[in-house]
Design a protein around this ligand. Structure first.
Ligand code: TRP
Length: 344
């Protein structure tokens, strides 16, 4: 990880992150999470990546689609270079310790804390009375995902910052209420705004699978022609590219395309602009299309191959769950002991 290890307690560094299998992976998921995770897998820190299927069902999911999306997400991880021998890759529902710890956290966290969560307010919309109880308790399950492994570092997008603060609040209150130093105070590792992938139609909005316009995003399953067409149609401004990053400051669409190029090419924005500065978008867009197709085509091909044989994916997830349980089971047992459960 790039950021310094800073926990209040001497816990071994361990990375955990979760992604919802709610269908449809975008270039934003790839650059913001999957590639980022694969790039750090040789850092020597133990890492766990979880497909949070139990979080997905806090809003309605068609069962067949959920199953497909979970496997597709797993295929996306592997096709992006994540090695299941190096990182633990699994789906949440196969490790029941998550929900067991979540119940304890339901009893530690306060309803007032949940009510303040902006994601709940956004997802519940106007009719919060009709939201599922699971959607309300979502952040306590998320805290359990992280703390059942004593994870110290959690790479996520900016939108998850509030949930991670709540995770720290839950750990702090648990430790305080029971007079222990048991759960670590987890450090968020927030993806910087400089690298966030934005919509191709509006540089102020995050690229999202839920945007009604398919032209706003590149899907990891788009073919070469579709990628090229979406980039050709991407919103830009009439200026040429600047020769330094600061020339992109008030040009969100231009900045987004340059950021995407830099991330795909593993280059800094300044290095990209050293090469492409002065070019018009009519010249830069074909360069970007070519690079995007070159990087994404092998990934979507590998995803399609993996999806033909779900037995291989299912075996990877089963092994990941077994590995995860080796860490989670003793932490749950100790938690039960601390709380006063007989038989723990
Ligand atoms: N809430 C996260 C999201 O929507 C997904 C998630 C669930 C997660 N559990 C987690 C992320 C634990 C990091 C750690 O993006």
């Amino acid at each position: 990880m790039t950021e310094a290890v800073q926990t209040s307690l001497p816990f071994t560094p361990r990375v955990f992150s979760g992604i919802q299998p709610s269908g449809g992976l975008t270039l934003g998921n790839y650059l913001g999470a999957l590639k980022r995770f694969a790039d750090t897998q040789d850092s020597g820190t133990q890492s766990l990546y979880c497909m949070v299927d139990l979080h997905a069902i806090t809003v309605w999911q068609d069962p067949a689609k959920l199953r497909h999306a979970t496997r597709e997400l797993c295929a996306g991880f592997i096709a992006s270079g994540l090695d299941p021998q190096k990182s633990i890759l699994f789906n949440q529902s196969q490790v029941s310790e998550h929900t067991q710890l979540a119940w304890i956290f339901n009893c530690v966290a306060r309803t007032g804390w949940m009510q303040r969560m902006t994601q709940f307010k956004d997802k519940a919309g106007k009719n919060a009375q009709n939201a599922s109880l699971g959607l309300f308790a979502y952040p306590a399950l998320m805290a359990a995902d992280i703390l059942i492994y004593h994870a110290t570092h959690v790479p996520v997008g900016e939108d998850q910052k509030q949930h991670l603060e709540l995770t720290r609040d839950i750990a702090t209150k648990f430790n305080h209420d029971y007079g222990v130093d048991f759960f670590p105070i987890t450090e968020p590792v927030i993806e910087g705004a400089a690298t966030r992938v934005m919509s191709l139609r509006d540089g102020s909005k995050k690229m999202s699978k839920s945007d009604p316009s398919d032209a706003s995003r590149i899907n990891m399953t788009d073919d070469a022609d579709t990628i090229a067409k979406k980039i050709r149609k991407a919103k830009t401004d009439p200026e040429a590219l600047p020769s330094e990053a600061k020339g992109l400051e008030d040009r969100p669409e231009a900045r987004n395309l340059v950021n995407i190029y830099a991330a795909l090419a593993d280059m800094s924005v300044d290095d990209v602009l050293r090469e492409a500065g002065g070019k018009q978008f009519s010249a830069f867009k074909p360069m970007l299309s070519e690079l995007a197709v070159e990087k994404l085509a092998p990934i979507s091909t590998e995803m399609a191959r993996l999806m033909q044989d779900t037995a291989e994916i299912d075996a990877i997830l089963a092994k990941g769950a077994a590995d995860a349980r080796v860490i989670a089971a003793p932490i749950l047992k100790k938690t039960y002991e601390i709380v006063g459960m007989v038989g723990a």
